[in-house]
Design a protein. Structure first.
Length: 247
């Protein structure tokens, strides 16, 4: 995690609920790792309040001290990121971790076996067959494109950005514009404000629901991937991701 850690808190809450209900929960959050070591990250507070091991390595200080490039899109930057990731990789082996949950982790990672949550319906494709709403401005892009609803998605990460196998898609959140879209498109500042308001609501209605639910379903053995990266739930192929609507 890198920031407020609300997704991690929801994961911890689900584990606690399942422990009370079942005795032994299907998954256990073993430790929290952060790439931030300042007041912008609440990881230490979250871990301290719940007696969970906490480790942080500030990625900005790491790159600055070594004079390395932070841009993972260039060879030098990618190599630097692999060097940074050697620390969490050691931790994963030491704690015998099966799955990594990226709960608001703002760094590109070369670590494998990760689940990430993204504020867009990643089953929506462009005419070229690529995912339409990826990157940091997915909610704004969807609103600007005239989408009537927004959804969150969880993915099994790969080496791309928001390109991994699609696991789960949340229920829709209706887009409610305070003024006509054409007017918003002419006022970038206002459009960004509306986008931020929708993203906050989507986080609560989407991310916080499907992120911990995806971890639980993986722990229960309900998700599977074949050699081509195709996703299955309970043995059934779900090319557009498992829809929360189906539950």
């Amino acid at each position: 995690m890198s920031g407020s850690g609300t997704n991690i808190v929801r994961l911890i809450e689900l584990e606690k609920t399942l422990r009370a209900k079942e005795g032994t929960p299907p998954f256990e959050l073993v430790f929290i790792f952060s790439d931030r070591s300042d007041g912008t990250c609440h990881g230490e507070k979250i871990a301290l309040e719940r007696a969970i091991p906490y480790i942080s390595l500030d990625i900005r200080a790491f790159h600055c001290f070594r004079g390395l490039k932070r841009n993972a899109a260039v060879p030098e930057g990618l190599q630097a990121r692999k060097e940074f990731d050697s620390t969490p990789a050691i931790l994963l082996r030491a704690f015998d971790i099966d799955v990594v949950a990226l709960g608001g982790y703002m760094s590109y990672t070369t670590i494998q076996r990760c689940i990430n949550v993204h504020p867009a319906d990643l089953s929506i494709l462009t005419s070229e067959g690529n995912r339409k709403y990826v990157g940091d401005h997915a909610v704004l892009d969807a609103i600007a494109a005239g989408e009537k609803t927004l959804r969150s998605s969880t993915i099994w990460t790969d080496q791309g950005v928001d390109t991994g196998p699609l696991l789960m898609v949340s229920k829709p959140l209706p887009v409610a514009l305070p003024e006509p879209l054409d007017d918003l498109l002419r006022n970038r500042k206002r459009l960004m404000q509306v986008s931020e308001e929708h993203q906050a609501r989507l986080k609560e209605r989407g991310d916080w629901k499907i992120f911990p639910r995806t971890v639980e379903m993986i722990a229960r053995g309900r998700f599977a991937l074949d050699s081509e990266g195709r996703v299955y739930v309970d043995g059934r192929p779900v090319p557009g991701g498992y829809r929360e609507d189906e539950e």
